[in-house]
Design a protein around this ligand. Sequence first.
Ligand code: ATP
Length: 263
Amino acid sequence: MAFAIEINDLNYTYPDQTPALTGINLKITKQKKTAILGANGSGKTTLIYHINGTIQSQDGELKVLDKTINKENINNIRQAVGLLFDNPDNQLFSTTVYGDIAFGPRNLNLEQNEINKRVEMAIEKVGIENLSERPPYSLSLGQKKRAAIAGILAMKPQILVCDEPFSGLDPSISLQLREILDDLKEQGATLVYSTHDVDLTYAWADEVVIMKEGQVLKSGPVDILREERLMEKSGLPLPMLAELFKHSKYNPHTVQEASRLIT
Ligand SMILES: Nc1ncnc2c1ncn2[C@@H]1O[C@H](COP(=O)(O)OP(=O)(O)OP(=O)(O)O)[C@@H](O)[C@H]1O
């Protein structure tokens, strides 16, 4: 099975009749970093919430790890697919960071030893040993994001979906978060994240799904972001490096690669 997620003819309309997704057909490759890229209101969050079953599909089919999501398997799907909300306050509610990270494994009815092992592993992975006894509300945004990710890592998800994971983070915390996510991918997880940051996506993602007004304009390797007409249609700019090198035979995706080529 090459695909972690397969979506067929998915439509979604909110209860107030706002249409959010129309005719989505999509395959997301296993063990890759896939960006769901689109302007504000294009349907990214609605799509992300479908992937872990937070929103249940009204019309269409959603297959996760070869299983069609339905009422019987929804809890298993939510265990296999971790969701990082854009606002970490939506997933941190215990009195300590440690308690928050332990919450998911406790709900799996694991033995106390295993719970402790998982929590400690997650805390170490995201480097928040010094924060474990702090109340989550007292943390900075970057610290909260890491605590929220630790809670997901402790569940050992096969897929991690993140809604705007890098928004509001300073460059160094954003880089730390990408390193944590890269590490997770190295261990075999599939990553899907929503964003409107074309430059970060060009530099970091493997594949991209470009959305507009609830529809998928195109999906494929990140090099599709160099297609000028496509990007114009999406309402997003070309990545800066694609613009800069558009008449060149070179195709750097990061500033470091570009700098090596120029010097
Ligand atoms: N709870 C809701 N009730 C009604 N309409 C909603 C709701 N949430 C989102 N929408 C609408 O659904 C459409 C898609 O919204 P969605 O939040 O999925 O887009 P997005 O690409 O994630 O946007 P952003 O980048 O601004 O977060 C928009 O028209 C939005 O107004």
